[in-house]
Design a binder for this molecule. Structure first.
Ligand code: WTA
Length: 693
């Protein structure tokens, strides 16, 4: 076996320099590997035979072309979309190297198109008008809805006409603070239709976070709804928006219009607080507008949306995506990573408030003319079988979710799963954090009845779409590995010095060369864009993730290497939580680290130093957590507050987080060298206090 492997590995399938993943060649001889690796999961022949990419050889063939001739590869795909005018001579133009000047990424520049047109009009014209674009499942059982592609187009046009009428123009920002109603993707598409830049804020963010984003992008209008049911709770979104608008006005940004959808199942309009002149009921105005609306044709490089995400320092960053490259990239990744067929019913459990909901609830699927399910509720309401109930009800074929959901359902009785048939399922997907092998196996064996390949898609808000992902049916999987790069993507693993390391290794995950879906800048701060992503390892895009590559060339993501933590797949900057904590009048100092959490992946662990003389109390603990909930949102609430008389600092005053991480994880024999601390006794005090705080 090993001879054979060596033989295969030495085959020069790849020309030198271009996307070397030689070990993948070994996969062609799956049997050779299988005898060595118990951990290999093969797709069935039946699946592979019908798959878009049926074999490793086919993948290699396509991949090879994509990295040798990116311009030819991507322009062929782009030509399948509608362009009012084709792009200029250059398919792409990029500079990824800070040493050579400003970072620049452009794809299809000069090409004139519109992504809403490509999602809707183009599909209607192709005969999909009567196909369901969106199924909607409400929070409560038996509350549902649907829209065909023609109906969705009409509704989008009405909203687009309304927005134009109130003065929203090409390039204007629109803040969207909506739950998972059909109106959310509809709003995104309406903005895109008129060239406005949507910025969706996850409806779990607090008023203060929302205000911060309003102040940053100065929207003409905020679009929300009065309230939403989530599980057994009602969340009053309009109240949160009201507070945010007061707050942003104080900071010099006042918003003229707050368009509010009346979500009757959660709250009637009579009970909704109202500011005459500013607040408008969606249902009172939008349906009165014509159901056709001319498209605003935009350049491929005109902005499509802004999405704020957390970094390791300071305030959230506005990640900016443009139109053409993002369109081509999300459509293509969706199609291949889920082996999409026109008969599929696709359900992604992500909220449109995050990038997954942008690329893989709205744009990617609709560009393919897919039927998408949008779910308003919670996966454990009324009980833990809800997801499978929905799968059976709509005959869902592709189910895409996050490891945290898998882990939480895994803790419940299997009966909740077995009760339902799930026969329609054919592809499963995972996103947001590394999926641990045991969760992978449960997802595969129990949910998918050992029949459905799992696409463990690795990507980021910044990348627009999948960068490393299995293509179902193409190759054997290893539970917990995101496998191989998508077409056109060249991942490299570098060491501390920024040197590429090859073969079996681990280090920092970077990407060489641009791909169409990459973000183009951080809104209003190109310098921070360069500093954060392109300066750490000159010549590459730095992902912020650690990664190892095994002897067969499979990629294993190991989590963030910066001060970002990933809680239930939600990205949270430790700095943001710290700044919320220190805003509490009784908090003198705070340091936040991530700690392993059985369901959430990572939990938030906060070390808090109180102001002089303040006693620890349960009440104070609660009030600190409440402060974080109010400033960021409930999902960022610390799991643990650890009282800290002092924090371990170097003599220059830098907090040594490495030590805090070890204390939080109770790995006390791995504290390492503490002699460089200004006051080494702090560590013992912390350990002593940890036990009962
Ligand atoms: C993590 C979400 C391992 C990673 C799409 C990344 C993953 C961050 C995976 C981005 C995966 C996402 N395996 N880790 N399949 N997918 N991540 O911007 O740490 O919310 O840097 O985008 O999530 O989070 P973001």
């Amino acid at each position: 076996t090993s001879n054979r492997l060596r033989h295969v590995e030495s085959m020069a399938i790849f020309p030198s320099g271009a996307g070397k993943i030689p070990a993948l060649n070994a996969v062609i001889l799956g049997e050779a590997l299988a005898s060595e690796e118990d951990d290999l999961v093969f797709p069935s022949d039946e699946f592979s035979q019908q798959a878009l990419v049926p074999s490793p050889q086919k993948y290699l063939e396509i991949y090879k072309r994509s990295v040798e001739d990116p311009a030819g590869f991507w322009s062929d795909i782009a030509s399948e979309f509608y362009w009012k005018k084709k792009w200029g001579d250059k398919v792409y133009d990029d500079n990824f190297d800070v040493r050579k000047g400003a970072i620049k990424i452009e794809w299809f520049k000069g090409g004139i198109t519109n992504i809403c047109y490509n999602c809707l009009d183009r599909n209607v014209e192709a005969g999909l008008g009567d196909k369901v674009a969106m199924y909607w499942e409400g929070n409560e059982l038996n509350v549902d809805g649907k829209l065909t592609y023609s109906e969705l187009l009409q509704k989008v046009c009405q909203l687009a006409n309304y927005l134009k009428d109130i003065g929203v123009k090409k390039g204007d920002a629109v803040i969207v603070y909506l739950p998972m109603l059909m109106e959310l993707p509809m709003t995104m598409l309406a903005c895109a239709r008129i060239g406005a830049v949507h910025s969706v804020v996850f409806a779990g963010f607090s008023a203060e976070s929302l205000a911060q984003r309003i102040v940053d992008c100065k929207p003409k209008v905020v679009i929300t709804c009065n309230a939403v049911n989530r599980g057994s709770k009602v969340i009053y979104l309009k109240d949160i928006v009201d507070t945010a608008l007061v707050e942003s006005a104080k900071n010099g940004v006042s918003v003229d219009v707050c368009l509010t959808y009346e979500n009757k199942s959660a709250m009637s309009r009579e009970n909704t607080k109202w500011q005459e002149g500013r607040d408008i009921w969606w249902q009172d105005v939008v349906p009165n507008y014509p159901s056709t609306c001319a498209v605003e044709w935009v350049d491929a490089e005109d902005p499509l949306f802004l999405l704020y995400t957390s970094g390791s320092t300071g305030k959230p960053k506005g990640v900016l995506h443009t139109t053409g490259g993002y369109m081509v990239y999300t459509a293509t990744t969706f199609k291949y990573a889920f082996d999409y067929k026109s008969s599929d019913i696709y359900w992604c459990t992500a909220d449109c408030g995050w990038i997954t909901g942008h690329s893989y609830v709205t744009y990617g699927p609709m560009l393919n003319g897919a039927s998408v399910l949008v779910f308003e509720g919670a996966p454990n309401y009324p009980d833990s079988g809800r997801c499978w109930d929905i799968v059976d009800k709509y005959k869902v074929t592709i189910f895409y979710t996050a490891p945290t959901l898998v882990r939480s359902l895994m803790r419940e009785s299997e009966e909740y799963v077995k009760k339902y048939s799930r026969k329609s399922l054919r592809v499963l997907g995972s996103v947001g954090e590394p999926i641990n092998p045991s969760a992978w196996r449960w997802f595969y064996n129990v949910v998918g009845d050992s029949r459905c390949p799992i696409s463990d898609t690795w990507w980021q808000t910044e990348t627009g779409g999948f960068l490393i992902t299995p293509l179902p049916g193409a190759w054997p999987q290893k539970p917990g590995s995101a496998t191989f790069p998508f077409f056109g993507v060249q991942p490299v693993i570098v060491d501390e010095k920024g040197d590429e390391i090859e073969g079996e290794c681990s280090g920092y995950l970077c990407i060489k060369g641009s791909w169409p879906g990459a973000f183009r800048t951080l809104y209003g701060d190109h310098e921070r864009y360069e500093t954060t992503y392109f300066k750490p390892f000159a010549g590459y895009y730095f992902s912020g993730d650690g990664c190892s590559r095994d002897k067969d060339g499979y990629h294993w993501l190991t989590g963030r290497v910066d001060d970002v933590i990933n809680v239930s797949g939600h990205r949270i900057g430790t700095a943001e939580v710290e700044s919320a904590l220190v805003s509490h009048p009784k908090c003198a100092e705070a340091a936040v680290v991530g700690v392993e959490h059985e369901v959430k992946g990572q939990g938030i662990y906060a070390f808090v130093t109180l102001v002089e003389g303040e006693p620890y109390s349960e009440e104070l603990r609660k009030s600190l957590i409440l402060t974080v909930r109010k400033q960021i949102g409930a999902f960022a609430a610390p799991d643990k507050i650890h009282w800290a008389p002092g924090l371990p600092k170097t003599r220059s005053g830098k907090i040594m987080r490495r030590i805090l991480r070890k204390i939080a994880a109770r790995q006390l024999d791995e504290l390492g060298d503490t002699s460089t601390l200004a006051d080494p006794s702090v560590v013992e005090q912390l350990i002593a206090l940890g036990e009962d705080s």
